[in-house]
Write a protein that binds this ligand. Structure first.
Ligand code: ADP
Length: 463
């Protein structure tokens, strides 16, 4: 496998090599266009200076050689050619002491020789350092009326001064530090990715508590933060799923046990008619409960999966709410609950069946959790912000801490356990309201009653 770490190192080394190449090329271009000419000029100037001074030194026996040796000691390689072609050398020896033909013109025609020219253009400026007699500048001079040629070049060994060593050290240190830094950087970048990969494998095995220890203030840090968030969410979902399954099993199990138990009792031959009626009615109730539970679960699942075929039409809320009240009139009378409503004509865009489900859930809750002789008020209000539908009852009320959990699946406030219910109604209501881009607000006082206000924005509402 091509690891990211290896790819990073290869890419950086490639960039390093490329920059060296480009840097070297640019330095050469600069040398060939600017520095080389200046160097030749400078060296010719020095050579002319040397021959002028040589002629000013008293012409004693050894003075010629002693002077040139002294100049060579200052950092030059010197060759003097006389009219017979004899060469004398001063300073460090040349690797190759041959001169090209054109150099003869120094003595024959008194021309200046610039061999550096030929060399330096060969392999860039490396030619500049070639230690050959070709690679010199030559000037003619006369000494004691005899013609000579003086060929010089700066001694490469002496050119490399202390500052050059410092510079080479500096560049070398930059190179070493960059390579080490790059290796460290590659590790820093790839280590969290390796950790994240390990963590995803854990998650695939349904283990949602991988201790991801990445504290960084960059994109990788953000990624690991999101990852941790996702892990917490998955853990939460997993717990919710498990508790959902256990709730469903329990909610199916208890009515089934009741049905089974009372069916067994019904088999008894010496059962009074009143007991038989009572047992049959319990079986009937439990069967209805199972049927309602199944219906609600099916609806919730299809809403969850986005599989419910929503049909948006204009829903006349006032008419729909009146119809629902009418449907439950018998229960209201049975429970002796007084209902009043204020329903001006109001419409919204929505799914008729889903919205009817919402009103039925809210109304049946207001009946179930009411007190005998209590009351229910339903109101519809259209404002600039949208449409508000409120269900207010004078029932048992809900504790403040319970309000937060009200919309969770299977949640039932303890005090209402004795009443018939599944704990799914309000979660269905919330799902449907969210699908209609609405919100729900609950106000309640224990012992005094509750008010559920649903708000639908104008995107779905229509006066
Ligand atoms: P259930 O089938 O139990 O009615 P819901 O999801 O409709 O399930 O309601 C969840 C719980 O919220 C109920 O069990 C009840 O405790 C509480 N609740 C809902 N509506 C009211 C209300 N109008 N007054 C008091 N408590 C309510």
């Amino acid at each position: 496998m091509k690891t990211l770490y290896r790819q990073f190192i290869v890419a950086t080394l490639f960039i390093l090599a490329l920059s060296i190449l480009i840097g070297f090329t640019l330095a050469n271009v600069f040398y060939l266009t600017v520095t080389k000419e200046q160097n030749i000029e400078k060296n010719i100037g020095i050579a002319e200076e040397i021959v002028t001074t040589l002629n000013m030194v008293p012409h004693a026996d050894n003075n010629f050689d002693r002077y040139l040796e002294a100049v060579a000691d200052l950092g030059y390689q010197i060759a003097v050619v006389d009219g017979d072609g004899q060469k004398r050398f001063y300073g460090d020896a040349f690797d190759d002491a041959a001169l090209p033909e054109e150099a003869d013109r120094v003595l024959t025609d008194g021309e200046v020789y610039t061999g550096v020219d030929n060399f330096s253009s060969r392999i860039f400026m490396i030619g500049h350092f070639t230690n050959k007699l070709h690679n010199t500048v030559g000037v003619p001079f006369t000494y004691n009326d005899a013609p000579y040629g003086l060929f010089i070049r700066p001694d490469t060994k002496l050119i490399a001064t202390d500052i050059h060593s410092v510079l080479i050290g500096f560049v070398g240190a930059i190179g070493v530090v960059s390579i080490l830094g790059m290796i460290w950087m590659a590790r820093q970048l790839t280590r969290p990715i390796v950790q994240l990969t390990e963590a995803t494998k854990y998650i695939a095995r349904e283990n949602y508590s991988y201790p991801l220890q990445i504290r960084r203030n960059d994109e990788i840090g953000q990624l690991s933060e999101s990852f941790n968030l996702m892990q917490t969410q998955l853990q939460h979902n997993d717990l919710a799923r498990k508790s959902f399954i256990s709730n469903v099993s329990h909610d199916f199990q208890s009515p089934l046990m009741n049905i089974q138990g009372y069916a067994d009792l019904l088999k008894s031959p010496d059962l009074s008619d009143s007991d038989r009626m009572a047992y049959t009615s319990i079986i009937d109730q439990e069967a209805k409960r199972l049927s309602s539970l199944t219906r609600q679960l099916l609806l919730l699942t299809s809403l969850d999966q986005g599989a419910y075929p929503m049909k948006h039409t204009t829903v006349k809320l006032d008419e729909q709410l009146k119809r629902v009240v009418q449907k439950y009139r018998w229960r209201l009378e049975e429970e002796d609950i007084n209902i009043s409503y204020n329903l001006p004509p109001t419409s919204i865009q929505g799914d008729v069946e889903l919205l009817e489900n919402v009103w039925e859930n809210l109304l049946t809750n207001a009946i179930k959790y009411n007190k005998p002789g209590g009351s229910i008020e339903i109101s519809l209000k259209s404002t600039d912000a949208g449409v508000d539908v409120a269900f207010k009852d004078s029932g048992i009320g809900i504790a403040r801490e319970a309000i937060e959990q009200l919309f969770e699946r299977f949640y039932r406030v303890d005090s209402s356990r004795k009443t018939d219910g599944t704990g799914l109604g309000l979660s269905i209501v919330q799902q449907i309201v969210t699908l209609h881009h609405g919100t729900i607000n609950v106000e309640s006082i224990i012992g005094e009653g509750s008010e559920f206000t649903l708000h639908f924005p104008h995107t779905v509402s229509k006066r």
